[in-house]
Each structure stands twice: as structure tokens, then as C-alpha cells.
Write a protein that binds this ligand. Structure first.
Ligand code: AP5
Ligand code: MG
Length: 193
């Protein structure tokens, strides 16, 4: 299974990706976690991207694509992936599809985790991950999401493999909703044959 999780900062992408990876035996790939690891390790890439991540701005598309290509292809050869935080823009979605489709690694389902803004802010402030969980940076990340990722949801809208779940419910309930929807999608795909 090859899945995408799309949602605002704090929507629960990482939380749900972990649960799905375990349940479905697929690889969790988080663009944010990989980028933060580069920053922590002070790699050449980490030094280039630190200010983007700290300020809550999107890292340039090419950098993210280069970083994800290998792990995504490897995961699709070994059971599949749940991608958390990528794509985040229509351009990233188009570029990724062009690379993945010929390799048989293109996405099969996309999940939108929908959570009200006040709950997002509450979650992020209480988590306090580091430099990007301050009040000002959270506000900026939410704005970046509205400007860049909401158009991606509009771009995917109407595709039968994209669905929205209520991400404000307890994490286990959100997980069960996602699994239920994936089962229905799989059943529909089987009927189509
Ligand atoms: P990224 O790491 O993706 O951060 P984000 O989108 O801001 O989201 P978070 O990781 O903060 O939240 P989440 O949705 O994973 O929620 P979580 O499960 O942790 O990106 C960081 C930065 O990297 C970006 O700003 C950008 O600079 C760069 N970047 C990343 N991808 C990029 C890309 N594709 N292109 C360009 N730049 C990119 O949950 C949050 C909290 O809520 C936790 O404490 C959790 O325990 C709690 N929680 C989760 N679910 C629930 C629930 N159901 N009920 C109650 N609490 C819950
Ligand atoms: Mg995350």
C-alpha cells in the first residue's frame, strides 16, 4: 500500500503515519523528520535548510525531492510507504508523480486529516518540538499551509482515492476511520475488476 497523509501542522500526520505503518507493514517516511535529522547532524544539506525549517518556510522543492527519491523507491519495493508531509504543494505532487509513476511507485490513496485551527495551535504549543513550535512560527506554518497545501487538496479533490477524516477525534478513532476508508477503497477497486 502506498499512502499520503496531508494535514496542517499538528493535524496528526506523524501520529497516524506511525499507526498505519505498524498496522499495514509499510514504511513511514516523514519529510519533516528527515529534514530535521539533517539539521541536527549539521550535514551540508542541514546547513542549507536550517533557516527554512526554523522559520516554518517550505524547503525548496528540488532539495526535498532529492532527499526522498531513494527512500520512497526503496519502500515501494518492500511493501509500500506512508508519506507524511510530502507532497505539500501542487508542484511537488506533479513532480513526484512524474518520477514515481514509471517506477510503479505512485500513490494509491491520500488521506486529508482535518482539524480546526484552535486545536492545531493547542496541540503544537503543548508539544513544543523546538524552534518551530513557538507561537509566531506556528502562526506562519499555518499560513504557509493555507497558501501552499490547501491548493494541493483542491487539486486532488474529486479523485476517488482521496478522502478526508475528522482528525480532531482521539488518535485511535482517527486511525480506525482511516483503516475503514482504506478497506472500502480496496473493495471498490476489487469490484471495478
Ligand atoms: P513537518 O515535520 O511535516 O511539520 P508540520 O507539517 O508542521 O506538522 P507536525 O509534524 O508539527 O505535525 P503532525 O501533523 O505530524 O502532527 P503530530 O502527529 O506530530 O515539517 C516541518 C518543516 O519541514 C516545514 O515547516 C518545512 O520547513 C519542512 N518541510 C517538511 N516537508 C516539506 C516539504 N514536503 N516541502 C518543503 N518543506 C518541507 O501531532 C502533533 C501533536 O498533537 C503531538 O503532540 C501529538 O501527540 C498530538 N496529537 C496527534 N494526534 C492527536 C489527536 N488525535 N488528538 C489529540 N492530540 C493529538
Ligand atoms: Mg509531523
Amino acid at each position: 500500500m502506498r499512502l499520503l497523509l496531508i494535514g496542517a501542522p499538528g493535524a496528526g500526520k506523524g501520529t497516524q503515519a506511525e499507526l498505519l505503518a505498524e498496522r499495514l507493514g509499510i514504511t513511514h517516511i516523514s519529510s519533516g523528520d528527515l529534514l530535521r535529522q539533517h539539521v541536527r547532524d549539521s550535514t551540508t544539506l542541514g546547513q542549507t535548510i536550517r533557516s527554512y525549517v526554523d522559520q516554518g518556510d517550505l524547503v525548496p522543492d528540488g532539495v526535498v525531492m532529492d532527499m526522498l527519491r531513494k527512500p520512497v523507491v526503496a519502500a515501494s519495493e518492500t511493501g509500500g510507504y506512508v508519506l507524511d508531509g510530502f507532497p505539500r504543494t501542487v508542484d511537488q505532487a506533479k513532480a513526484a508523480f512524474a518520477v514515481a509513476e514509471p517506477l510503479g511507485a505512485a500513490v494509491q490513496a491520500a488521506v486529508h486529516l482535518d482539524v480546526p485551527t484552535d486545536e492545531l495551535v493547542r496541540r503544537l504549543l503543548s508539544r513544543g518540538r523546538g524552534s518551530d513550535d513557538t507561537e509566531a512560527v506556528i502562526e506562519h506554518r499555518l499560513q504557509v499551509y493555507e497558501e501552499n497545501t490547501v491548493p494541493l487538496l483542491e487539486y486532488y479533490a474529486g479523485r476517488e482515492w482521496m478522502f478526508t477524516v475528522d482528525g480532531a477525534q482521539p488518535a485511535e478513532v482517527v486511525h480506525d476511520d482511516i483503516v475503514g476508508r482504506l478497506r472500502r477503497l480496496a473493495a471498490l477497486a476489487a469490484e471495478a475488476w
